[in-house]
Design a protein. Sequence first.
Length: 343
Amino acid sequence: MGDVIPDFIQPTEFRPNSTIIMESKEIPVIDISSSTDSVIGEIKEACEEWGFFQVVNHGVPHEKRKKAEYLARKFFGLPMEEKKKVRRDEENPLGYYDSEHTKNVRDWKEIFDFTVKEPTLVPASYEIGNEEIKELRNQWPDYPPEFRAAYEEYTEEMVKLSYKLLELIALSLDVPADCFRGFFDDHASFVRINYYPPCPFPELALGVGPHKDSGALTILAQDDVGGLEVKRKIDGVWILVKPTPDAYIINVGDVIQVWSNDKYESVEHRVKVNPNKERLSIPFFFNPSYYVMVKPLNELIDKHNPAKYKEYNYGKFYTTRRLSDFKKLNVENIQIHHFRIVE
């Protein structure tokens, strides 16, 4: 990316928070090879205290993950002319994107997005009353030639792991294990492959700025370089999530925060860039079907603990967030706090 500070980096806006960064010894690492009461209790505690945890003995074949990582590096190593053949745009938000050539997005990275279901159905507009449905279709690169097949196999494993985690989270909330399953019949889940080149100005940029995830669950595979930081709930300190070999990092998103009626919180996180090493991460975003109306679970509300959110349509929410990546909408960037019931 050169040695000249790009125009789109705003030092005063994007300089990382000066709060002391600590390596995480607190974010739990949970063995999910069983569904014992002990494991469910660990997940409950992690969701309440952190909104994040790592899982091991998760059942995802090691070789499928390593093949996915290898092919991602092969793809991002291609000449720009080749990668641009599958570049995303306002009409199709799936495919390749790089921050160096898009001035209104300031994250220091290259990405490749694809959906799990093809086509994936989403509302064409965020506007109430416009019920037109749009089909999202993937743009697969020609090179590496085995890229598509390998990632389709890998995402099958992510979907299986997601359902397993949903069951454990449901049990930790004292609701039936299959309580959430019906919300994902036509799920709008997608994979984002992140490639972070070495950044010569790490004090001026972030790989990903502070944010919360708008879906249900995020399952992150990261390499051994690290860079993910989580904002600790008790004191607001940014905690570096130290890579654990073969583990996946899990965080609950906004949808689970609403379903749980704030029992579990979607927590802010960000990614720091590295001045010397490239970094690769592959998050899987497990999202409900576009027609799902998101609201607190009936089992978790009563007269002593009333619903804290009005229901909202997940598809409209998703479309608004996606469109905001490409143009300024005439609405505020939507967040779940817009649906909070004011007492």
